[in-house]
Design a protein around this ligand. Structure first.
Ligand code: FAD
Length: 473
């Protein structure tokens, strides 16, 4: 018979946001009961290795748990796996969750950290087997099982996941063709120099890159064997461009065209949503007993002032920590400059701030030379070496290197707003973050006029931390 349970804290989700909430609840409340519900068969885990080490075989699935199993025992967390929360009843004094096994959980506070699900392509043949998306360990394992020497893969989508996957698959000998409808790799706001560099890098690994090409259909009887494409008609092109199409033969396909937030639970419970669950600066939803964190929520970024849904690991970690603390009666406000990294083969790219809203860029240093085509990137680069925000910070080079890498600082209304960096030193990233944080907090960087600041920042012969110190004096 389905059980009825009672808990103080209900955490919904099996990703890093729910996992991090446990620790911050326990820092403030040693005894309140915690139940974590995840629809996956695994303990909560980190997803970044799924497109990297899990595909190349450098990382095993059991190595990517967000916390060690002992952690949940120590903190007396009841974990319900292979179970989803199907409804939240928020009327009345005692809110209650309904579970997929028919059970019910009465709770005082809940965190919705249900993340997102991969967007699908609505084209003929989309239901054929051999077409993958990538969000879970099971997805990564089925892609890894299809890949290998002599296999041909088509990746649809030239964003974060598409590029990481292209590099990882080519590293294990798969012939990869990447198809992207825009004429640009990575998100639209990526500086053109970086986007072009990424294309050249992938090509040096043996990946065939087609931009300006959209998928028209998947072809096959039961299983995909080709991807039919058409050139995308662009405003500047004659409509005849659409006639140019083709077919790319393959053994399997990975569709990586973004995610949609899993916010239907919140919507049907009557919480406010708008492409994600709306939260305030304490990551509290429109019901004071319910919090939301990670990829599923939309919050006001205190540094750009924009309402954003950020789909990156470190923001989900931070949101989970913040939600847990506020669920346990803390009174903390969102104060994280969103940062992300992406490992594409041997490259690590770091981005911080609101990278979608800059109006001009100042570039420092130069993008490194691309090594001779090797077809295989160094394996160490794809190993999962990063567990927490702090550990990632340590991974960045420590400042002893003679090369200071490349960094492009995005400006909005004359003030630093974000950066994109490749191979940059940790000290440089920290200095750029300091400049962005100070801008947003209204502290004018010294008395410097904007043009003076831009000139200073563009001077690659001087170290960025030294320039930042001077500007912030
Ligand atoms: C392949 C891949 C590579 C990535 N690489 C990077 C990277 O290099 N750098 C970076 O910054 N970010 C990366 N990300 C993004 C990062 O992993 C996400 O931002 C992060 O996973 C978000 O965490 P979350 O806890 O909000 O959601 P998720 O990790 O999506 O977890 C949500 C969990 O909730 C479960 N769930 C959903 N609905 C219910 C329900 N009703 N009941 C119970 N459980 C439910 C889901 O099954 C899932 O287990 C990557 C993502 C992927 C998929």
């Amino acid at each position: 018979m389905a059980r009825s349970r009672q808990t103080k804290y209900l955490l919904i989700g099996g990703g890093v946001a729910a996992a991090r909430a446990v620790g911050s609840i326990r820092d403030l409340d040693r005894n309140g009961a915690i139940v974590l519900v995840t629809d996956e068969p695994r303990m909560p885990y980190d997803r970044p290795p799924l497109s990297k080490g899990i595909i190349t075989g450098d990382v095993r699935a059991r190595e990517i748990s967000s916390n060690r199993r002992f952690f949940y025992l120590k903190h007396r967390v009841r974990i319900l796996r292979r179970t989803s929360v199907t409804a939240l009843q928020l009327e009345g004094a005692e809110p209650e969750a309904t579970l997929s096994d028919g059970g019910r959980v009465r709770f005082e506070r809940a965190l919705i950290a249900t993340g997102g699900r991969p967007r699908r392509l609505r084209v003929p043949g989309a239901e054929l087997s051999g077409i993958h998306t990538l969000r879970t360990v099971a997805d990564a394992q089925s892609i890894a099982a299809e890949s290998g020497d002599g296999k041909a893969a088509v990746i649809v989508g030239g964003g974060f996941i598409g590029l990481e996957l292209a590099a990882s698959l080519s590293q294990v000998g798969t012939r990869v063709t990447l198809v992207e409808p825009r004429d640009h790799l990575w998100p639209p706001s990526t500086p053109p120099a970086l986007s072009e560099y990424l294309r050249s890098y992938l090509e040096s690994l043996g990946v065939t890159v087609h931009t300006g090409i959209a998928v028209e259909a998947f072809v096959g009887e039961e299983r995909v064997r080709a991807v039919r494409t058409e050139a995308v008609a662009r405003e500047q092109h004659a409509p005849a461009a659409r006639a140019a199409g083709g077919e790319i033969a393959c053994d399997f396909v990975c569709v990586a065209v973004g995610i949609e937030p899993n916010s239907s639970l919140a919507e049907s419970a009557g919480l406010e949503t708008d492409d994600g669950i709306l939260v305030d600066e304490k990551v509290c939803t429109s019901d004071p007993r319910i919090f939301a964190a990670g990829d599923v929520c939309r919050f006001r970024d205190p540094f750009s002032g924009a309402a954003r849904r950020v789909e990156h690991h470190e923001n989900a970690e931070y949101g989970g920590l913040l939600a847990g603390a506020n669920m346990a009666e803390a009174d903390r406000r969102y104060d994280f400059l969103p940062t992300l990294w992406s490992d594409i083969g041997a490259l690590t790219i770091d981005v911080a701030g609101d990278e979608t809203r800059y109006d001009s860029l100042v570039e420092r240093g130069r993008l490194p030379d691309i090594a001779e085509p090797s077809g295989r990137a160094p394996t160490a680069a794809t190993a999962y070496q990063t567990r927490t925000h702090q550990e990632r910070a340590k991974k960045a080079s420590d400042g002893n290197s003679a090369q200071s890498g490349w960094i492009a600082i995005g400006f909005k209304d004359g003030q630093p707003l974000c950066y994109f960096a490749l191979g940059a030193r940790r000290a440089d990233l920290s200095a750029a973050q300091l400049l962005i944080r100070n801008r947003a907090q209204g502290a004018e960087p010294g008395n410097a006029q904007t043009s003076h600041m831009r000139e200073q920042l563009a001077d690659s012969s001087r170290a960025l931390p030294e320039i930042a110190r001077e500007l912030l004096r």
